[in-house]
Ligand binder design. Structure first.
Ligand code: PMV
Length: 360
């Protein structure tokens, strides 16, 4: 498919007003997306676990205008209150998606959104937020074009979410999502994410993710800035190549349930992501001393307990602690005894792999 396939040729129904609500999850990448080309095309393919508990719920109320407006007409409530500083991101999203949603200027939209996790937790809400909004808009498009096929609906929702925030395209479905062209993954695309199409061992079902909130402050360097610094990065080509290779290696790891090899790839990907930040120009560091304390505790506990606990990081200081469900009791004990002390105000979130977004 090309982006042209997402431009509708016309609509069969006229819809004057309505309301739709979606709850969409966040996701955590195992092979990381870091670096992009124009139009939110990823520099390398990535794969993620869709989460379950960390979600954004968005209600979109739409009302047709008497005359098509010259600009996008919308208001935004975040957790019940007007939120002016979120509006530029939504305007950019509307601008980027308008060629594929030509009805946008025909309506006034009220967007009401809230997160299941505290806003100041350092957890990025862009994946859950942009995917929820993309799904609400797709629901309106389906009203205008009732014959729409459900596979196309999901693909286009992912395509639109990508234009809001790259990683958001992996939040539409679960439980394992891949985004980006990859020679060893059938039907993979730079334009949208797909459900991982190969066999996955039951050990990866219900995988646990305990998110340790090490630093709840807002990010010092935005991910868009970080992605841009990959353009003239001295290690960019090797890094992109490594991501392709790691995805190929994961195929037999997922099939066989090889946790030792899984851990190697996941932890190496997390550290490589941060290594890219530390070796860009300007260089920056998002890990905090407590991030490193937690990592070394995890390594020591894994060696002594013979469990398969491991960590990954996103673009921040928080640590995602990953482990199979059957080791939950042991690992949870370890987390509460040894790791919670490194979290800001002792805060953490217990999450697990989820099935994707839901219409409410
Ligand atoms: O979706 P963005 O542009 O916020 O980038 C997210 C990048 C990482 O979270 C660091 C990695 C990933 O693949 O999700």
């Amino acid at each position: 498919m090309t982006d042209k396939d997402f431009s509708p040729s016309g609509y069969t129904i006229d819809k004057t007003e309505g309301k739709v609500t979606y709850k969409s999850p966040s996701n955590i990448a195992l092979v990381k997306y870091w670096g992009k080309r124009q139009h939110q095309i990823p520099a390398n393919p990535s794969i993620s676990f869709t989460l379950d508990t960390c979600t954004t719920t968005t209600t979109l109320t739409y009302k047709k205008l008497d005359n098509r407006s010259t600009d996008f007409s919308f208001d935004l409530l975040f957790e019940g209150k007007p939120k002016e500083d979120f509006k530029p991101k939504i305007s950019t999203f509307f601008k980027r998606t308008e060629p594929y949603l030509p009805f946008l200027k025909n309506y006034h939209f009220s967007i009401e959104t809230s997160n299941s996790f505290p806003h100041s937790s350092g957890i990025a809400s862009s994946a859950s937020g942009m995917s929820a909004l993309a799904l609400c808009l797709m629901e309106l498009e389906r009203e205008l074009n009732p014959g729409m096929d459900s596979n196309f609906f999901k693909k286009k929702a992912s395509f639109l979410a990508r234009l809001g925030s790259g990683s958001a395209c992996r939040s539409i479905e679960g439980d394992l999502m891949q985004w980006g062209d990859h020679k060893d993954t059938l039907n993979s695309s730079d334009l949208y994410a797909i459900k991982y199409p190969y066999k996955v061992h039951p050990i990866f079902k219900n995988y646990q993710d305990t998110i340790l909130l090490v630093d709840k402050g807002s990010k010092e360097v935005s991910s868009s800035l970080g992605h841009n610094l990959m353009h003239d990065h001295p290690f960019a080509e090797q890094r992109f190549d490594q991501a392709h290779k790691n995805l190929s290696k994961l195929k037999s790891i997922f099939e066989e349930g090889n946790l030792l090899e899984f851990i190697k790839i996941v932890e190496s990907e997390a550290l490589t992501l941060h290594a890219m930040m530390m070796t860009s120009m300007p260089y920056f560091m998002l890990m905090k001393p407590n991030t490193l304390e937690i990592i070394s505790k995890i390594w020591a506990f894994r060696a002594s307990s013979k469990t398969h606990v491991c960590f990954t990081l996103d673009a921040g200081a928080n640590v995602h602690v990953l482990y199979p469900e059957k080791e939950k009791e042991k690992v949870y004990q370890f987390i509460s005894n040894e790791l919670v002390a490194y979290c800001e105000n002792g805060q953490y979130i217990c999450d697990q792999i989820g099935k994707g977004a839901k219409k409410l």
